[in-house]
Design a protein around this ligand. Sequence first.
Ligand SMILES: [Zn+2]
Length: 176
Amino acid sequence: MADTPGFNARLVRDLEKGEILDGGARYLMIRADTLMGMFSRLPAVEAAAALDALKSSTIENGARSAQTYHASLPSGDRTRLLDVIAATAPQLGWGSWRFSEVTSETLVLEVLNSPFVAGYGEANAPVCHAIAGMLTASAGIVFGRPVVAVETQCAVEHGVEACRFEVSPEPSSDQP
Ligand SMILES: [Zn+2]
């Protein structure tokens, strides 16, 4: 990644205007517990819907970031995008990411120290929908086809150390 400027190095903090920018993308610093406290305050059904909406929004907007990262890489080097994503996530404060079990159409991501877990506390269902969304967007570029990323275990659940995400092809994309 020596030839790929890191996220932190690209950030522009304009203290006059009060904004943080990575190129055209505006970022926002917000306490993890403030963000995740919104979900923990909602009734379970509404919280699930709101987390799903966060995932959808991250897929849509995160895809623009992933496309930008991808465009900075040598063409045809799709899997290197995973290295860039894994290097960028910690700079965003999104935990420590490790990809494994990468095949031609599936992969696994393990995340330690997710801020979404840290901000939430303890729960009985996964809460790292933003990571699942960013993974969906990124893996879609890596595999060149629509994929589904699902958090199959989350450290928000009692006794679980790492969050685990599994990427597979979007089932409907195979159907005529
Ligand atoms: Zn999680």
